[in-house]
Ligand binder design. Structure first.
Ligand code: GDP
Length: 459
């Protein structure tokens, strides 16, 4: 996410870090390099100005302030993170009110945006996320302009077992909206309604959207905006806000090589918070938008909160108690032992967290480069992880529970079953032995050690 901006900003701060103190001239050079980097990332000029008003309104005064600082580069980094976080909307996010309250006010989120911005996909991802958080979502497609819109939603929602209210013959968008609302009142569900997108903002689309909003009285109307559009996304947002009461933004395609312009310009343009970020095409690829964490990531500082969130979502069931249980001595029929079944579960969680790329995005720049270094990357590369899963799947339950008993003839059979070589089977077993050893060690860490070891990565 925003790799090229991160690289440019990181190089400015690496240079500053090499100096004991920072002269006014060096500070001027640094601010010029930061301005260039932001403009190259397609951040709107007024947003860049707001950044500098907070970061360094006057370089001469700032240089004087930093004169007595023990670590001026760190202090500047801190100021930059605060200023970037403000641009990303820090302080504009009020808590969401999505719980089912009085019957007259059923919760509803209406999503709007241009065609192709990722509305339908995001509506389903949002429903999946809210279901995970113990809401009871109900999806409905009010997009009657595209014949396949409802089918697209239904197919995607089915893959995550999410309910969709489908249209009846002869029903129009307003009638379906009313029926959806009545269903939600009856079942205490949270309605997530997708609307028609157009290639461009036109009068007809706006009137239709306003009509639906009048019927549904949604608690939130979110604009789905494509981050690939850079600062143009902010212009589109401004025009939507002029016509409809947009309350927040859901920014999509942050996983692609989108420049940071959209994220860094949109809040300045419309003074509404970005609520979620789309980070891929899967139902789980939606992250809550946290301005301070993202500002830290952009500055190459890493983001411990985001890493914890990714791990929590990928492995909701792994707690420290589970870790101990998995590595504890054999009880009964192999119950609770870290065997190849547990290894398979770990591989699947690692894949859910997005493999090397998914984890690396939360790490400080220097560590990220190490993690994505070819040698380490191959260990957690998604294709490699998938191959390992296939090899484990080719084993019998007995073999998965007793990896030590997998000798030559079994290895040959497993290799043939997984269309792999015996060398690959051996590599997997070696990997398993090392993981089992590491797990044993980690199980002995208490909370303090765990936190210390994690935090040290982010210093
Ligand atoms: P709509 O016309 O606004 O409803 O857009 P769709 O939901 O149909 O999305 C258009 C395309 O963008 C689809 O291929 C989606 O899979 C893709 N898409 C949506 N959100 C994301 C995202 O966050 N990341 C990536 N990489 N693709 C996305």
């Amino acid at each position: 996410m925003f790799d090229s901006l991160t690289r440019s900003l990181d190089s400015v701060f690496v240079r500053l870090r090499k100096r004991g103190n920072v002269s006014e001239e060096e500070l001027t050079q640094a601010t010029q390099a930061i301005r260039r980097a932001l403009l190259e990332a397609d951040v709107a000029v007024d947003a860049v100005q707001i950044f500098f008003d907070a970061f360094a309104p006057r370089t001469d005064e700032l240089a004087r302030e930093l004169k007595d600082s023990i670590n001026p580069a760190e202090e500047l980094l801190e100021r930059a993170q605060k200023a970037l976080a403000r641009l990303l909307g820090e302080g504009t996010q009020k808590p969401l009110r999505l719980a089912f309250g009085e019957a007259a006010d059923p919760p509803c989120i209406l999503v709007a945006g241009l065609q192709g911005s990722g509305k339908t996909t995001s509506a389903v991802k949002l429903a999946a996320r809210l279901q995970e958080e113990k809401h009871a979502p109900l999806l409905v497609s009010l997009d009657f302009s595209r014949p396949a819109a409802e089918e697209q939603m239904t197919t995607f929602a089915e893959s995550a077992s999410l309910p969709v209210l489908t249209r009846k013959k002869g029903e129009n968008a307003l009638a379906l909206a009313k029926r959806a609302q009545a269903t939600c009142l009856q079942t205490h569900a949270l309605l997530i309604a997708d609307t028609a997108g157009r290639m461009q903002i036109d009068e007809e689309a706006m009137i239709e959207l306003k009509g639906l909003a009048d019927v549904l009285q949604p608690r939130e109307i979110w604009l789905v905006a494509d981050a690939m559009l850079g600062q143009e996304a902010a212009n589109i947002a401004r025009r939507f806000c002029e016509r409809v009461n947009i309350s927040g933004v859901l920014l999509t395609r942050l996983d692609s090589d989108a420049r940071a312009g959209a994220a860094l310009s949109i809040t300045t343009a419309i003074r509404r918070p970005i609520r979620f970020a789309g980070t891929g095409e899967g139902t789980a690829d939606l992250q809550p938008f946290d301005p301070t964490s993202l500002a830290g990531r952009i500055l190459g500082r890493g983001d411990l909160k985001g890493l914890a969130e990714t791990m929590r979502r990928a492995a909701p069931s792994i707690s420290k108690r589970d870790l101990k249980k998995e590595t504890s001595p054999n009880k009964g029929r192999n119950k609770g032992r870290f065997d190849l079944n547990a290894q398979r579960e770990q591989i699947s969680q690692m894949r859910k967290a997005g493999g090397a790329k998914g984890l690396a995005q939360h790490l400080p720049q220097a560590l990220r480069e190490k993690l994505l270094d070819a040698r380490v990357k191959t260990m957690i590369d998604d294709d490699k992880l998938k191959r390992q899963q296939v090899i484990i799947d080719a084993m019998t339950p007995y073999e998965r529970r007793n990896p030590a008993l997998i000798h030559a003839s079994r290895k040959k059979r497993i290799a043939a079953g997984a269309s792999a070589s015996v060398v690959e089977v051996n590599r997997l077993l070696k990997n398993y032995a090392q993981t089992a050893k590491a797990m044993k060690k980690m199980a002995q860490w208490d909370e303090k050690v765990l936190h210390r070891n994690m935090s040290s990565l982010f210093r």
